[in-house]
Design a protein around this ligand. Sequence first.
Ligand code: SF4
Length: 187
Amino acid sequence: MLRISTPDGSNKVVLHACCAPCSSAIIEAMLANNITPIIYFYNPNIYPEEEYLKRKTEIENYVTRLGLEIVDADYDYEVWKSGTCGMEDLPERGSRCLYCFNMRLLQTARYAAEQGIKYFTTTLASSRWKDFNQIIDAGRRAASQIEGVEFWEQNWRKGGLYERRNELLKIENFYNQQYCGCEFSKR
Ligand code: SF4
């Protein structure tokens, strides 16, 4: 079993979750180490709304079966999109993605602070398609803006979690999206 712990050993965290496939192995590892995550679904980047609802429903069903709490945060694609002006044609891993991570993790940090939970982390860090350093930067930046919280910088790609993610994808027969999320990644 992969041994993990938060930096101060606290056993409750806020886990920003992008989708069921990317969340499953991380949640499994947390639970195996007596860490209880509150799942925070805040992904206003996903387009169109049907796709957003599909991803949200998939993770809601999964974590509800596990008996975990999931928070359904707002979906406002127009607010997200307004911040991408001028960055529409940038490739993935560029500045638009950093903006996207900043927005989602700042909101997650706010929620953690409201709940009095010190650590937050994100399933975004599990994807090999994303720039790990951008995600770490976004997490640190969010933590620096909100008092009382810290970003848990666990590398969720290591320790066999990426392989376990792919196993769980098949076992759970998750809906597996074919693009990152926004309309620019779709095309
Ligand atoms: S490609 Fe993915 S990470 Fe980048 S802006 Fe679009 S949804 Fe966000």
